[in-house]
Design a protein around this ligand. Structure first.
Ligand code: ZN
Length: 116
């Protein structure tokens, strides 16, 4: 794996981010290339699609949460959890994987509440 740990990391996390591949090294925090992971093509395609949908609960032009944004994020997190179980199966015991669910929609929701 191409990161600052000289390829010796065994600790990964799956976390969506805007415009980034969804895998990160737990040790150095490097964003990892999806292509470098020893996963099946089918799973990589599903992950690329999942990563692309990250943040589809936000209207980026207005920087606002969509009306059903919290539900969309929940759905994305469920899918991430499902995928991480499949990833663990494919990685066997070579890597530890931790899934970090997104809490962005909740952050937006609390921020946009009218204050009086
Ligand atoms: Zn690393």
């Amino acid at each position: 794996m191409d990161c600052f740990c000289d390829g010796n990391t065994t600790s990964l996390k799956l976390e969506g981010d805007v415009g980034a591949d969804p895998f990160w090294c737990m040790e150095c925090g490097c964003n990892l290339e999806l292509e470098d992971l020893p996963l099946s093509g089918e799973l990589k395609a599903a992950l690329a699609q999942w990563a692309e949908q990250y943040g589809n609960w936000i209207d980026w032009n207005k920087d606002q949460l969509l009306p059903d944004g919290v539900m969309r994020e929940d759905h994305h997190n469920q899918e991430g959890r499902r995928l991480s179980a499949i990833i663990k199966g494919e990685l066997k015991n070579r890597y530890d994987l931790q899934f970090i669910p997104s809490s962005m929609a909740r952050m937006y929701a609390s921020r946009s509440k009218p204050r009086k």
